[in-house]
Structure formats: structure tokens, C-alpha cells
Design a protein around this ligand. Structure first.
Ligand code: TXE
Length: 507
């Protein structure tokens, strides 16, 4: 997802600067970050492992209800007393821009921290994830003073207004697949709108966001406006969603957990939620899609980026019969040449799966599907030679029937299913999914065909003749149906962090 079109000035000149690094030499900011200070946790700790080799490298403190209460109360006090919510929006924008500058100045350190503990290879973290994070914050900094409420057409001797105001404290819960950029998608709009934020990163990738919070303070964010609490979802995440002073919740993760976040938010204060959930996105390729190899590369990147651990991964190839044989062969060819490598090596381009649990999920999805009659065109097992790391081979499956696991469920690994169709109607029908509606790719040179398919596919994003996001952060992202509620990115994400008060003044 993130190795897409970064501006040349951001991504290109520095590729050479990426070098191997020693994972044991990385400084780890361990603890919660509350009121501008790193707070060592007390109580139970969670062992954190490196996905590349499975080695435990740090202990994570877990904030229970009491720890979360301290963070949220401090955030609420800071939001009310520091002036962050009331200062001129342009000043908020300036702080966020300085923050983005500091992120870029500390790019190598952040990239190493990210690559150490997540599935981001250092080259991608340095050229993609970190600059992408800074750019998203810059985008939301620009929103700060460019949004107004409304003046409403009311009776002649009255003035009707819609006045936007921040919620107060926003609770944010981030996943492990893009730890820094997912945090920026949540913190950027919440902070630009004048809220304080308490962020819970994934317990699998907890540390890079602490450094992000330290840099925010250095940029001028008042202490207590950006806090990080560490811990598991069931304990820390649930306590955050339920806390009475958290007035809005933003979550990215599985559809299953999204349901319980939404239920908790409803039962503990009727809080608005933004939910960016799972997907099972189709890539619909018509006979006239263009150069076969170009399309194959698009399809391959679409399902293999971050080893398939992306919510928008295009994991269902639905291809028209006339082009099917050539395209499938080309996809398999591209899938076979990937070179896996530990995330701290500069030339590694193919990521490990995040954890043993995720590895078991991917492996079971493939073996269940094969046991049910599907055929493996390539992959189907782990790469050898990585000790405790879980590197799953890019896998292409064909001969699928409705109901098979890999076709229906979000696998979150580098697994592509292939289905062949004859006419447009059949292709569009296959593209729909009974649960998910996150993203879709439509590949055809016939603009009419592209737009007919786009109108009929139920997905929050449709890419035509491309696959994957860009740095056009103005384009909102979010799912339909089981893939979520509301939008990240775009003006919509900023506006979702404001509530609107209707005011009627008689004169
Ligand atoms: O996700 P969870 P997991 C999907 C993907 C993956 C599956 C499981 O299919 O295989 O989810 O991954 C926090 N209250 N996605 O278990 O549980 C948790 O601590 C509040 C898709 O990691 O959704 C973490 O910070 N918070 C996805 C975050 O939620 C809770 C990205 C995500 O965890 C909580 C990741 C609770 N009750 C996984 N339970 C995407 N949309 O990109 C957990 N959490």
C-alpha cells in the first residue's frame, strides 16, 4: 500500500541512505506516554517479539482501567486548560507542520524503530511509511483553518448558525500493519480539529508511536494533548473505549473487534465511531485491460504489499476468459520471484507475517481451501530458513467454489484467489462480497464498462486501472457494509472530529 506514489522530493533522493541496521542497537521508548512524559508501567507486562525472527525484544506494560483513567483525565484537563482547543486554528496547523518536519528530521530513527518491530522492511519504512506519516499530518494541518460551520437561512429577525467544536478527548485504537501511518490518520485530524487524543497502538507494534508523541511535544503540542497507552485490546483498548471522558472513538482493525468497539461505544456514552475494518477486495480484469504484464504487476503488488497484511489488499482476482491464461501466468511469474528478508536488511522487499497467530491463520486458510478442492498455482507454504520468523510464500489459488475459506474470509497474508468469468454481468456479480466492501480494482480500457462496474460494486473505494492509495490525502478512505463506518483521510476525516452545535439568536 505505501510503496506507492510519494512525491519525488520525498521519496527518491534518499533511497541510497537506507542501510542494514543492527536490531539490538535500536533504542526502544518503552512505557506509556502521558502528559508529555514517558511513564514506566507497573502491573503485568506483555512480551513483544520481532516478526522477522520471532525473538522477544521488549516487555510492554499494560494499562488497566486505572492507567487509562489517568491518561484520559490528563488529556481532558489539558484540552480544557492548555488552550489547544481554542487557539487560532492556524496556530494548531503550524504546530502540526513543525511536527511533520521533525518526523522527517528523525526519519531514520523512526524507520528503524518501525522496521524492528513491525512487518515494514527498512527500505519501505524509510521511503514510504515515515514520509507518508509526515505528509498525512501536513494534510490535516492544512485543514485546521479551512473549515467553517454554516450560517443558516432562518426567520428575518434571527440568526441561525452551525458552530463546529472539538469533542474533547478522542480515543484512537490502531492496528499493527502500518503502525505510524495509521496513527497519523487518527491523530492528525483529531488534533487539527482541537481535540486531545489518547492512542492505543497494537500490542504487537507499540513503540514507534511513542517516539511520534515525543516529537509532537517537541514541535509545540502542549503536554497531555497526545498520549499513548500501551496494552492489549481486551484490557487497555476496551477501557479506553468505555471511559466516560472519551467522547469519540476511531478504530482500525478486524470487523469482529470493530463490532465490540461499536457495542462498547454505544453502551458507554453513545459515542460516535469511525471504524476502518477488514476487506476481501476484488480486482476485476476485463479482456481489454491493456498490456498483460503491466496489469499483472498491478495485481501482484495489490495482493502482496506488506505480505498481504493491508486492509485494502486486492486478494480476489476476477478475470475475463480471453485474457485469463496469459494474466494468470504473468501473475504467478511475478509472485515467484519475491525475495523475503528480515526487516532490518536494506535489500529486503518481502515482509514476514506479524506473529505466530497470524501465520497459523494464513496457513489454515490455505490448507482448508486446498482440502476443499482448490488448486495451488504457486506458493502454499512458508519460506524455509527463517528460524522463528514467519515468511509465507506468495500464493495463488484457482478452482474455487463459493464458501471456501480463502475466497470468503479476510486471510491477511499474500494469498490471491482466481476466478474466471465470461461476461460483464457475471464478473460484477463475482466481485460483490456478502460481508465486506472496502475497496475494488476495475481494469479495462472501456470507460463505459469501467463506470458501469464502479457504480455497481459496493465498495468504499474503487480504483480504475490502478490499485492502491497515493499521497492524494484529499481522497477519503473507508468501507461499506462490514468494512466499516466513516472515513479516514480527506476532509471527511477532519470533519468527523468535530461536533456541530446549532445556535439560534433572535434580535
Ligand atoms: O485485530 P484486532 P488482530 C484483521 C486481519 C487480521 C485480524 C486479526 O484479518 O488477521 O484482523 O488481527 C485492539 N476493544 N485486521 O487481532 O483484534 C488491538 O489491541 C478495543 C485488519 O490484530 O482488530 C489492536 O490495537 N480494542 C486490519 C487493534 O484493536 C481492541 C488491521 C486491532 O486488533 C479490542 C489489523 C477491544 N475489545 C487486523 N480487541 C485493517 N483493517 O487493516 C482488540 N483491540
Amino acid at each position: 500500500m505505501l510503496d506507492t506514489l510519494l512525491p519525488k522530493s520525498v521519496s527518491r533522493p534518499v533511497v541510497e541512505a537506507v542501510q542494514d541496521f543492527d536490531p539490538a542497537a535500536v533504542n526502544i521508548p518503552s512505557g506509556h506516554y502521558i502528559s508529555g512524559r514517558l511513564v514506566p508501567g507497573d502491573g503485568p507486562a506483555i512480551e513483544v517479539r520481532r516478526p522477522s525472527d520471532g525473538q522477544a525484544y521488549a516487555d510492554l506494560p499494560e494499562a488497566g482501567e486505572t492507567g487509562v483513567d489517568v491518561a484520559v483525565c490528563d488529556a481532558s484537563t489539558a484540552q480544557q486548560q492548555s488552550g489547544w482547543g481554542e487557539c487560532p486554528p492556524r496556530e494548531r496547523g503550524a504546530v502540526l507542520r513543525r511536527w511533520a518536519d521533525l518526523i522527517m528530521e528523525n526519519r531514520l530513527e523512526l524507520a528503524q524503530l518501525e522496521a524492528l518491530g513491525s512487518t515494514r522492511c527498512i527500505s519501505e519504512a524509510y521511503t514510504g511509511e515515515v514520509p507518508f506519516t509526515a505528509e498525512a499530518i501536513r494534510f490535516f494541518a492544512e485543514c485546521a483553518d479551512k473549515y467553517s460551520g454554516d450560517v443558516l437561512p432562518t426567520r428575518s429577525r434571527s440568526l441561525g448558525m452551525l458552530m463546529p467544536e472539538p469533542y474533547g478527548v478522542v480515543g484512537a485504537i490502531a492496528p499493527w500493519n502500518f503502525p505510524l501511518s495509521m496513527a497519523s490518520w487518527k491523530c492528525g485530524p483529531a488534533l487539527a480539529a482541537g481535540n486531545a487524543i489518547v492512542l492505543k497502538p497494537s500490542e504487537l507494534t507499540p513503540f514507534s508511536t511513542v517516539r511520534l508523541a515525543e516529537l509532537a511535544l517537541e514541535a509545540g503540542l502542549p503536554p497531555g494533548i497526545f498520549n499513548v497507552v500501551q496494552g492489549s485490546g481486551q484490557v487497555t483498548g476496551a477501557a479506553l473505549v468505555r471511559h466516560p471522558l472519551v467522547r469519540k472513538v476511531s478504530f482500525t482493525g478486524s470487523t469482529q473487534t470493530g463490532k465490540s468497539v461499536m457495542t462498547d461505544a454505544a453502551h458507554h456514552g453513545m459515542k460516535p465511531v469511525t471504524l476502518e475494518l477488514g476487506g476481501k477486495s476484488p480486482q476485476l480484469v476485463f479482456n481489454d485491460a491493456g498490456d498483460v504484464d503491466t496489469v499483472a504487476q498491478r495485481i501482484t503488488r495489490g495482493f502482496m504489499a506488506n505480505a498481504g497484511q493491508a486492509c485494502v489488499a486486492g486478494t480476489r482476482l476476477i478475470v475475463q476468459r480471453g485474457i485469463a491464461e496469459a494474466l494468470i501466468a504473468a501473475v504467478v511469474r511475478h509472485a515467484r520471484v519475491v525475495v523475503p528478508g528480515v526487516t532490518w536488511k536494506a535489500n529486503s522487499r518481502f515482509a514476514p507475517l506479524i506473529s505466530q497467530r497470524q501465520a497459523e491463520k494464513v496457513s489454515a486458510a490455505v490448507s482448508n481451501t486446498v482440502a476443499a478442492g482448490a488448486e495451488v498455482l504457486c506458493g502454499g507454504s512458508f519460506f524455509d530458513g527463517f528460524g522463528g520468523g514467519f515468511f509465507y510464500q506468495p500464493t495463488v489459488l484457482i478452482g474455487l467454489q463459493a464458501g471456501m475459506t480463502a475466497l470468503e474470509e479476510e486471510v491477511f497474508g499474500p494469498v490471491l484467489t482466481v476466478q474466471i468469468f465470461d461476461d460483464e454481468e457475471e464478473g460484477i456479480a463475482l466481485a460483490s462480497h456478502s460481508v465486506y466492501g472496502l475497496a475494488a480494482g476495475v481494469h479495462t480500457m472501456d470507460i463505459g464498462q469501467a463506470m458501469r462496474a464502479t457504480r455497481r460494486i459496493a465498495a468504499g473505494t474503487v480504483w480504475i486501472n490502478r490499485y492502491g492509495r497515493t499521497t492524494d490525502f484529499i481522497v477519503p478512505t473507508g468501507g461499506f457494509n462490514g468494512s466499516g463506518i466513516g472515513k479516514d483521510l480527506g476532509r471527511q476525516a477532519f470533519e468527523a472530529n468535530l461536533r456541530h452545535k446549532s445556535v439560534l439568536l433572535d434580535f
